[in-house]
Design a protein around this ligand. Structure first.
Ligand code: TRP
Length: 366
């Protein structure tokens, strides 16, 4: 394939065109009518701003819900390093959905996946990252009576029977076509997608009858769940529904990568956060004079996107930032300082809740 950009669960390359992905992957846009069927949907920052913008079978899931057949939620995290703001967007949205639908949630920590796919990481590394990342997840306020965290290496006895059934229905040729594997791929990686399928069926297995499942995730995870959805009917389960989000753009321009200056991590100090924001790439002009005269370009600016995705939920205020940026009334230095103040408020709260989460971990484990 000679593509201008690449999105797989393991790699993002080039300038991602999210509209093209909908066509390439064969998903659907979330219509305003669908948003209106989600309690609080119209006011939800991630839905109204089209950050969660694509889906599979969300209409089917909501029809079932209206008919008295509730669903559960499933999402997860590949623990390779600390947690940054971009990682938490799908978790925050999942929290909104849990509240809106009073839904049960499985959160899968794929320490096995990150070990298999990252040469540089040992199993110890990904297990340690798991215990660290869990704190960020719990800090977002999930209901422990409705939320269970699955840690793959530790909870494999609950997963293995279903993973086996999945793996028997997925050929190497399918895995190779979906994920781009070749003869040098380790065999653990080839098997792994069966493990990521399991939580989509787990509740049906436990309940002894089919229970609909909704998976909020970055659209980069869609390839896994295409496999999951293909095998579902063969194994007698419902296909899970999906709701996909875009990735928060990195502060250095381009994709928010998992390392370095591009992202704000929950363990960063205030000084580190200040440095990352103040040094960030922007859509600004070369000189103040030029920017006052010509205005700047919010569309390519990660600072602007941080307001859009997380830090300015008020539409009127958000629109003013955009207008003042375009007109040249708002300069990048000021805009960055305003964002920094908002990030600081968020981080102060998050750090406190993250510490409190340490005492709650046991209540969330399977
Ligand atoms: N593979 C995901 C990652 O690398 C982790 C994951 C597992 C996940 N199950 C999921 C993500 C379900 C979203 C939904 O981050």
């Amino acid at each position: 394939m000679n593509e201008d950009f690449v999105v797989t669960p393991w790699e993002m390359k080039g300038e991602v065109d999210y509209d093209k992905l909908v066509t390439r992957f064969g998903t659907s846009y979330i219509s305003d009518e669908l948003i209106a069927r989600i309690p609080g949907g119209r006011d939800n920052i991630f839905l109204k701003r089209k950050i969660f913008y694509s889906h599979r079978d969300l209409d089917w899931l909501l029809d079932n819900y209206s008919a008295g057949n509730p669903f559960y939620l499933y999402t997860g995290r590949g623990p390779s390093s600390g947690t940054h703001l971009g990682h938490m967007i799908p978790w925050m949205f999942t929290r909104n959905l849990q509240d809106a639908f009073k839904a049960k949630l499985y959160f899968q920590m794929t320490d096995d996946e990150k070990f298999l796919f990252k040469d540089s990481l040992s199993l110890r590394d990904t297990e340690n990252a798991t215990m660290d990342n869990i704190l960020d997840f719990i800090a977002l306020g999930f209901d422990p009576s409705k939320t269970k965290i699955i840690i793959d290496t530790r909870d494999i006895s609950h997963l293995y029977r279903i993973a086996l059934k999945v793996s028997k229905k997925v050929t190497f040729s399918t895995a190779r076509a979906v994920f781009g594997f070749d003869n040098s791929t380790n065999i653990g990686s080839i098997f792994f997608t069966s493990i990521q399928s399991v939580p989509a069926f787990l509740e049906s297995e436990i309940a002894g009858r089919n229970v609909p499942c909704l998976i909020p995730c970055g659209i980069d995870q869609d390839p896994h769940f295409r496999v999951t959805r293909d095998v579902a009917p063969v194994l007698g389960y419902y296909k899970p529904s999906l709701i996909h989000c875009k990735m928060l753009p990195g502060l250095t321009g381009g994709k928010m990568s998992s390392t370095g200056e591009a992202a704000i991590y929950t363990t960063d100090t205030d000084a580190e956060i200040r440095k990352k924001i103040m040094n960030a790439f922007t859509g600004g002009r070369a000189t103040v004079e030029e920017q006052r005269r010509l205005g700047a370009n919010p569309a390519i600016c990660p600072i602007f996107h941080h307001y859009e995705y997380l830090f300015e939920p008020d539409d009127t205020k958000f629109k003013k930032i955009e207008e003042d940026c375009r007109s040249g009334a708002l300069l990048c230095g000021e805009c960055k300082a305003n964002l920094l103040a908002k990030v600081k408020v968020f981080m102060d709260g998050h750090r406190r809740k993250r510490e409190e989460a340490r005492k709650m971990v046991d209540r969330f484990l399977l």
